[in-house]
Design a protein around this ligand. Structure first.
Ligand SMILES: [Zn+2]
Length: 305
């Protein structure tokens, strides 16, 4: 009887051990897998950077290859339109007047001041398509953009595709919210808009032509871009790769609207900026300007009104 009781206890103890082992094992397993996947992602990201840099270097050395199409602002599907700008662009002689517009989307961020410092150092004016932020640091950034002669422009208050592109009312609400915030803070009535994802985005449930008509009814104009730094697609892109993305094909257009990003995870854009400015300034007949009423419209989607 006692022997039986003893062996039963032993069995129970062994079973307990097995259960504890299994519980610990299955708790640790996902953690270990996550860790390994994390390392893999880092490795792949580095590899992508290397390949991008390599590709850019190749493209630069072989002028026969056409430049990549303007990319979307974020990773939403790209419009299939065959870049009208590219087809219409004329080859221009080196001495012709090129107007280059540096545009920064998605700010203000922790890097806005640094970007503004660099622009001031080089005496360059740019355009900032901002999002809505109501903290004091962001408000100071909006003010500094205006005070230093840059163009403050509207991107989106929330920048949430799922909200702003649900209906025209939702879009209008978002736009008016940002417009009034910027007016309140800076006293400036913003006139220029860049749609999140561009006018060629494929996520809007509202036809973009309706939104464009609404924008025009507000006496505003929208701008897309014809050159992308691709700094949104890959946040870890090396500054040299960003420089190559910006300057590849820059001589194809008379007006270049360059898409860059001002967000907290894009230090490489900040690092690339002095190189970009120096490269463009070194070209004869090139001018760096902020978007204004004289800027030739660069738009992916044009509508008949
Ligand atoms: Zn954006």
């Amino acid at each position: 009887m006692e022997v039986n009781e003893q062996s039963r206890r032993k069995r129970v103890a062994r079973l307990k051990k097995i259960i504890i082992f299994l519980v610990v094992f299955f708790l640790l397993l996902p953690l270990v897998i996550c860790f390994i996947l994390g390392i893999k992602i880092r490795e792949l990201s580095t590899r992508i950077d290397e390949l991008t840099a390599l590709l850019n270097a190749r493209m630069e050395s072989s002028p026969g290859i056409t430049r990549t199409l303007p990319e979307e602002d974020t990773e939403i599907p790209l419009n299939e339109e065959t870049s009208e700008n590219e087809e219409e662009a004329e080859e221009l002689p080196q001495t012709a007047q090129h107007k280059v517009y540096l545009t920064f989307d998605d700010g203000p961020s922790v890097y806005t001041d640094e970007i503004l410092d660099i622009l001031r150092e080089y005496d360059v004016k740019a355009t900032f398509f901002v999002v809505g932020k109501e903290d004091d640091v962001s408000k100071a950034a909006y003010k500094r953009i205006v005070d230093e002669g840059h163009t403050l422009a509207i991107h989106s208050y929330s920048h949430k595709y799922g909200e702003i592109y649900n209906s025209l009312d939702d879009y209008a609400y978002d736009l008016e919210r940002l417009e009034s915030l910027l007016y309140e803070v800076t006293g400036t009535q913003c006139k220029y808009v860049r749609f999140p994802g561009g006018s060629s985005n494929k996520v809007s449930k509202v036809p973009m032509s309706d939104i464009i008509k609404y924008i025009h009814a507000q006496d505003m104009e929208y701008f897309d871009w014809n050159i992308s730094a691709s700094d949104a697609v890959n946040t870890a892109l090396a500054p040299e790769a960003i420089l190559a993305n910006v300057t590849n094909g820059i001589d194809k257009y008379e007006t270049d609207v360059i898409l860059l990003h001002d967000t907290g995870n894009r230090k490489s854009t900040v690092d690339a900026l002095p190189m970009i400015i120096e490269n463009i300034k070194a070209r004869e007949g090139y001018e760096l300007l902020p978007i204004d009423e004289n800027t030739e419209l660069v738009q992916h989607l044009k509508i008949e009104e």
